[in-house]
Design a binder for this molecule. Structure first.
Ligand SMILES: [Zn+2]
Ligand SMILES: [Zn+2]
Length: 465
């Protein structure tokens, strides 16, 4: 049995693993690379011929886990893509949006290259098109949590709630070879225990081999009760300076979690009445999908709905769909809160809100999620005095703030407590989906605390398990 690592190796994006067992080839996730230094991997031919893969198991709908699926299908993959119903709903909007962005990016590059008579590093053709995304979506098949799914040749999969975003799963694979059954576990992205909407990650107590994420392997978040007060303070300070609060927001999970926090702050009158713009068609669509699957929320969140404290509705909340409406926000005087994508400022409407606010010292840019190396968000958050947006340099005068407690990812303590559910050490724990320092720090911690054998694989590494 062999496991191969084809992404998220000593970096956080491009999750993709291949398990070869019992004459079957199973791919787990097929994510897009988003760090600048690895973008060219998105364009490389698939490292595994698509015709060799028997099944593709998808953990959740984030682009760094599902973003290369349309490309993989366009290259010839025609097998099933197994995901939970909520993941299928979310992946539909994520992949349609991604395809649209690739088409727009390609035509923008083409125009710019023609104008400037030069060539850029990436081709002027889109990575994939909306038609490719549609073709890929046809291969999706729904699977339920905690239900055995046969993949043939004695291989069985089971999805469990990973507590990360709506529909997210950690996957257990059972491979029978004669009398022996091996259990291989893929954590996907693990949520943290105090998420206001999601359930806690499902505990697993036995595995021969575990592949686990390590995004926050080297640190702990603030505790959740502080988050509400911190957010209120940031908003109130900015309102006092008559500035705006601009929040680069992931459309899925973070936007809904922020809506929940703002709804509570507004209802408890901890912040003044002000307009909160959700300037992201995808966040709006995602919110509708969240509302369609309330049975997936934790007990406390379900109770809020029942008490009429709807987490996604509150006075002042304003959904912005069209680009014209989005531009009109610039003309508004007085303070407002703007949530827009993308979460790491790599594209989307956030860029024009940053352009309009980052030079003003009365405004605040508030980061509520992980900023990968090489992204505009990372440059702002690490304190670069000037940043380049849409081809022009801007001084960073706005206040730059971070709110860590909102992460959809488990922190080090959360990862360790999920590992402590395993009753016996696995043969090997592979740490992926974390920058090198985070993964190596967690490796050392697990070795010291649990005495397990831990490996941090390199890109394209193979391991016999
Ligand atoms: Zn994720
Ligand atoms: Zn991820």
């Amino acid at each position: 049995m062999q496991l191969q690592f084809l992404g998220a190796n000593r970096q956080v994006t491009g999750s993709r693993y291949v398990l070869r067992a019992a004459d079957r080839t199973i791919m787990i996730d097929c994510g897009m690379f988003q760090e600048r230094e690895h973008l060219s991997r998105n364009w490389d031919p698939s490292p595994v011929p698509p015709g060799e893969v028997d099944a593709l198991l998808l953990t959740h709908a984030h682009l760094d886990h599902c973003g290369l699926i349309p490309r993989f299908v366009a290259e010839g993959y025609s097998g099933p893509i197994l995901a939970t119903p909520a993941t299928i709903d979310l992946a539909t909007i994520v992949l349609e949006d991604s395809a649209q962005i690739h088409v727009e990016d390609a035509s923008y590059k083409k125009r710019r290259h023609e104008r400037e008579k030069r060539k850029g590093p990436h081709p002027e053709i889109p990575l994939y098109t909306p038609a490719d995304a549609q073709a890929a979506l046809k291969l999706f098949q729904p699977v339920e949590y905690d239900t055995p799914i046969s993949l043939g040749h004695g291989i069985e999969a089971r999805y469990h709630d990973a507590g990360h975003i709506l529909g997210s799963a950690l996957i257990e694979l059972f491979v029978s070879d004669g009398p022996r059954t091996s259990r291989i576990v893929f954590s996907g992205d693990l949520g943290h225990d105090d998420h206001p909407l999601m359930r806690d990650p499902h505990p697993i107590n036995r595995a021969d081999c575990i592949t686990m994420e390590s995004t926050y392997g080297d640190r702990d978040h603030h505790r959740a009760p502080d988050v509400m007060n911190e957010l209120a303070k940031i908003v109130n300070d900015t309102v006092e300076r008559k500035g705006n609060v601009v929040i680069p927001t992931f459309a899925i999970d973070r936007a809904q979690e922020l809506m929940y926090l703002f709804s509570e702050l507004v209802r408890d009158e901890k912040i003044p009445r002000l307009t909160v713009f959700i300037d992201s068609p995808m966040a709006i669509d995602a919110t509708n999908i969240y509302q369609k699957h309330p049975h997936l929320f934790n007990e406390e969140a379900r109770a809020l709905f029942e008490q009429g404290r709807h987490p996604f509705q509150f006075p002042g909340l304003h959904f912005v769909k069209s680009a014209d409406e989005s531009k009109a926000i610039n003309a508004i005087r007085g303070s407002c809160v703007i949530l827009a994508g993308s979460g790491m400022c790599t594209g989307g409407r956030i860029k024009h809100h940053l352009r309009n606010n980052i030079i003003h010292d009365e405004s605040t840019v508030l980061f509520v999620g992980y900023q990968a190396r090489g992204t505009l968000g990372r440059r702002i958050v690490q304190g670069d005095p000037t940043v380049r947006i849409h081809g022009r340099e801007y001084n960073v005068n706005a206040k730059i703030r971070e709110l860590h407690g909102l992460s959809a990812h488990a922190d080090r303590t959360g990862l360790m407590s999920w590992l402590r559910h395993f009753k016996e050490p696995p043969d090997k724990l592979f740490l992926t989906h974390g920058e090198e320092e985070a993964a190596m720090s967690l490796k050392k911690h697990v070795e010291e605390q649990l005495g397990w054998r831990v490996d941090v694989p390199e890109y394209e590494a193979r391991a016999d398990i």
